[in-house]
Design a protein around this ligand. Structure first.
Ligand code: PRT
Ligand code: ZN
Length: 284
């Protein structure tokens, strides 16, 4: 039994999807035929597809699982299960106005022509907010619509904001925050579920390792207690005596989010020679 995963063939999610599989120790022989590849050390077959098609393929069970942007999944409204949030491909679906047009609140959308590739998501948002506006569905280059007189505003994906900026637009309202999701078909067999669980175990180890750093530092023994309180580690920190009397080496794990804050406190508490090392896998 093998599991079939659908990932984007090329585009913004391709690299990160492939990297995630590699970091999970899944080796892929990806020759020139980029339609399908087989992992040689894990029961997984990889299908390379357009992102827009992935929800449908997973719903139909042609693929068992898939990696797809939340934006696409929500827009397509397919019956699949969200198994995990992958933390890459982050962006937001936002409404943007031409720079010179005032926006004081959602009522300013009343009666506008809004161009988008996300007609379903936009229409739900407008409905929920009791706004009547005209949705112009277009499939690409949405950001040029106001400039050519096709629309008064747009609703499109934004990440850095530079596309909006270079087209004389400004983001006025976020309607969805999105990241890449791991989705699965609804009725996986027991055996398929087992393979998925194995994959999820590895994905979690990779995700945890990215959110944590390994810290090594030297501490005067009289400050050890204070320093250990700052870096509790997975169980408790490792403390080893240094060759120099009165000093110890402390090893521990730090959450990326707390990182700078805690490093400052460690220094203030007397820690020296602080090394911070990335963790490759983390299994707790
Ligand atoms: O060929 P295929 O249909 O598979 O790919 P695609 O061209 O439809 O999608 P692609 O590769 O552009 O994006 C795939 C997924 O990446 C999207 O569905 C999102 O989930 C995610 N993602 C993350 C983004 C962006 N960031 C993003 N910035 N998708 C698109 N953009 C575009 C946006 O549409 C706009 O044109 O980038 C531009 C804005 O970027 P900034 O940085 O200038 O704000
Ligand atoms: Zn697409």
């Amino acid at each position: 039994m093998r599991l079939k995963i659908a990932i984007q063939k090329s585009g913004r999610l391709y690299e990160d999807s492939i990297r995630l599989l590699k970091e999970c120790g899944i080796g892929i022989d990806n020759g020139l035929n980029k339609l399908k590849a087989e992992a040689y050390n894990f029961p997984l077959d990889i299908f390379f597809l357009r992102d827009d098609d992935i929800p449908q393929y997973v719903e139909d069970g042609v693929a068992d699982i898939g990696i797809v942007g939340e934006n696409v999944l929500c827009e397509k409204r397919k019956q699949v299960e969200i198994v995990d949030r992958l933390g890459f491909g982050k962006c937001r679906l936002s409404i943007a106005f031409p720079k010179g047009r005032d926006y004081n609140g959602i009522q300013d959308l009343q009666g506008l022509r809004i161009a988008t590739s996300y007609a379903n998501l936009l229409s739900v948002f407008l409905g929920e907010n009791k706004i009547k506006a005209e949705i112009h569905e277009i499939s690409g280059s949405v950001e040029i619509a106001p400039g050519i007189g096709l629309a008064d505003a747009i609703c499109d994906l934004v990440s850095s904001g530079s596309t909006l900026f270079t087209n004389g637009l400004k983001e006025v309202r976020v309607i969805l925050r999105s990241e890449a999701l791991l989705v699965s078909a609804k009725n996986l067999s027991g055996e398929q579920r087992k393979i998925l669980d194995k994959l999820l175990f590895r994905i979690n180890a990779v995700k945890k390792s990215k959110n944590n750093k390994y810290v090594l530092l030297n501490a005067p023994n009289e400050k050890l207690e204070e320093i250990i309180q700052l870096i509790p580690g997975m169980k408790s920190p490792t403390v080893l005596p240094l060759a120099e009397p009165g000093w110890s080496s402390v090893h521990s794990v730090l959450r990326e989010d707390d990182f700078w804050e805690i490093i400052e406190q460690l220094k203030a508490a007397g820690a020296q020679g602080i090394l911070v090392v990335p963790i490759e896998k983390m299994i707790v």
